[in-house]
Ligand binder design. Structure first.
Ligand SMILES: Cc1cc2nc3c(=O)[nH]c(=O)nc-3n(C[C@H](O)[C@H](O)[C@H](O)COP(=O)(O)OP(=O)(O)OC[C@H]3O[C@@H](n4cnc5c(N)ncnc54)[C@H](O)[C@@H]3O)c2cc1C
Length: 525
């Protein structure tokens, strides 16, 4: 086959044969356009034969017959519409390929005059945990739809692994892969940042001012880590004992600090909710203490946990097990104590504390401090018509459909649902959004609902985890029978899950559309 690629969306070739279709599909093409009138030449295969072969190879097929040397404006318009709407890349063919190339040129002019817009069946904003999983789940159900994933980053992170990096269990590189390798086959990656939503026009605005149009929008750009909200923090990070597992580059510094720490004051902070993985601030404390205990250094270390919240963990059932470790490590709990400033040079942290109905400011000296930054909805989400009062994307908690725009869905950390913001939640939400958004594409109402499941594996010591799994309202939703894993007690099996089983489930299951233990739940069943 003599295929000539004209641009990212379209390629042209001379006459193809039915038996070429499998190779064309394998080469990544998703649609075929025939530009030859039926029976133009005696040796020409019947269009119906080519169409049947294309379909059996999983390709979309459109016939736009055009007469060589007499191309009409209507031919150009039909071609423009097909190229805009078919899943790409598209292969157009005629006798020599020249007619298809001319038609593609006419189509490009028409599409540019019309705003140059391809209308995708689905536009997914954010190619993180939620975005890739949802794209994969949609394509598992219908490989013919067109999907664009808008994601600026070339790196994709397995963030739950960063707690383990900070504890010296995982190597940092174990938690990162190239985004390009994870974009599901059949989805198109637009490497760009979104700066705004225009839901009334069914389009999103990119940072360069271009617009991308959709039939259904799935928004999952994550949560913003607001490091700058704490004066002095940005400058202090990564040196003089100031660290955070909430950053790929800093998590190895936590490991180094903890390993080399011989005594003194160690502070661990937790900002106001919501944050992603509400347990991560204390996980870092427990794992540090566990190492110091093993190294016989714990007695020389004053461990202080400062949380802006009024309780150790939001779901009461897990607190007794956590308190056993707080006592064992002799960690001091400071409730309603919010980090508001840091001076890296003098190793001083400033906290705003609520005490007996009064708010006071307290300065604490430290030798090392693990900071979890305040977290808010991304600015472009907060200022958009999709935002709820909280700034996050306003969705129905069950269907994850937007409350005002029926063709908009949101999931993951960026949505307003009150579940624990975790990768585990995104894993359960993605199949729900996949089936509901496919229904929306056909103008139908949602068919599945989400129970608020989220999970937080609280790493209480090296080798043991309290596996918190719960849904809306703090309802316990254990995945395993109690005899196997009692989530309210520290368990070695839960550690095995986090340490060994969950990472491959993430890369090879969740991101590939395998919905193990997270099949979408039909509404009303
Ligand atoms: C230290 C730490 C420990 C954690 N531990 C656990 C755990 O043990 N268990 C668990 O289940 N979860 C854990 N989590 C939480 C989990 O990682 C997140 O909840 C999950 O990644 C959320 O997925 P998401 O797709 O919503 O967001 P993300 O995975 O953060 O993806 C958002 C994507 O959107 C992109 N984006 C941002 N802005 C734009 C824009 N303007 N335009 C386009 N794209 C944009 C980003 O580049 C990113 O790729 C942890 C997180 C951290 C930081």
């Amino acid at each position: 086959m003599d295929i000539k690629r004209l641009n990212a969306k379209i390629a042209v070739s001379p006459q193809i044969k039915a038996e070429d279709m499998v190779a064309i599909a394998r080469a990544g093409y998703r649609s075929v356009i025939c530009n030859r009138p039926e029976g133009e030449e005696q040796s020409q295969p019947a269009t119906a034969t080519i169409e049947a072969a294309a379909k059996s190879a999983g390709l979309r097929f459109v016939h736009i017959p055009a007469i060589s040397g007499a191309l009409t404006e209507q031919n150009g318009r039909d071609m423009a519409q097909a190229i805009a709407n078919l899943p790409g890349p598209v292969l157009a063919y005629c006798r020599s390929g020249a007619r298809s190339a001319k038609l593609a040129e006419m189509a490009a002019i028409i599409n540019t005059q019309a705003g140059g817009q391809t209308i995708y069946d689905f536009v997914i904003v954010g190619g993180g945990s939620a975005g890739i999983a949802t794209a994969a789940s949609i394509l598992k159900r219908n490989s013919e739809v067109s999907i664009a994933i808008i994601e600026p980053s070339e790196a994709h992170y397995y963030q739950p692994g960063w707690t383990m990096v900070g504890a010296g269990v995982f190597d940092r590189d174990f938690t990162v892969r190239s985004e390009a390798a994870l974009i599901p086959k059949g989805a198109e990656w637009i490497k760009a940042s979104v700066s705004g939503f225009e839901p009334n026009e069914n389009q999103v605005v990119l940072c360069d001012g271009n617009r991308v149009a959709y039939r259904v929008l799935i928004a999952c750009p994550g949560i913003k880590l607001d490091w700058a909200a704490i004066p002095g923090l940005t400058e202090a990070l990564g040196k003089n004992g100031v660290t955070s597992n909430y950053d790929f580059d800093l998590a190895p510094y936590t490991n180094r600090l903890v390993k080399e720490f011989t005594g003194g004051r160690a502070l661990f902070t937790q900002p106001p909710m919501p944050i992603k993985c509400a347990g991560a601030p204390q996980k870092s404390m427990y794992l540090s203490c566990s190492r110091w205990e093993k190294a016989g250094k714990l007695g020389a270390i004053d461990v202080q946990f400062h949380t802006a919240g009024a309780v150790l963990f939001g779901v009461a059932a897990y607190v007794p097990a956590l308190m056993e470790y707080v006592k064992r490590y002799n960690a001091h709990l400071n409730f309603e104590s919010k980090l508001i400033g840091i001076d890296g040079a003098s190793k001083t942290a400033v906290f705003e504390q609520k005490r007996s109905g009064e708010t006071k400011t307290v300065e604490e000296r430290y030798d090392m401090i693990h900071v979890v930054p305040p977290q808010v909805a991304p600015d472009f989400v907060r200022s958009s018509p999709l935002a709820a009062a909280s700034g996050f994307i306003e969705v129905n908690e069950g269907t994850l459909q937007h409350t005002r725009y029926a063709n908009v869905f949101a999931l993951g950390d960026a949505c307003s649902a009150s579940n624990a913001k975790t990768m585990a939640a995104a894993r359960k939400q993605a199949p729900v959004v996949a089936v509901n958004s496919l229904a929306a594409l056909e103008g139908k109402p949602p068919v599945a609902d989400y129970d608020g499941y989220g999970s937080c594996p609280l790493t209480v010591e090296a080798g043991k985890i309290v596996l918190a799994e719960f849904g809306y309202g703090g309802k316990l939703l254990p995945s395993f029978p109690n005899w196997l894993i009692d989530g309210t007690r520290p368990s070695r099996l839960s550690w095995l899950l986090k340490d060994t089983i969950l990472p491959p489930i993430y890369w090879h299951g969740m991101l590939k559309g395998h919905e193990w233990m997270v099949k979408p739940h039909p509404i009303g069943s």
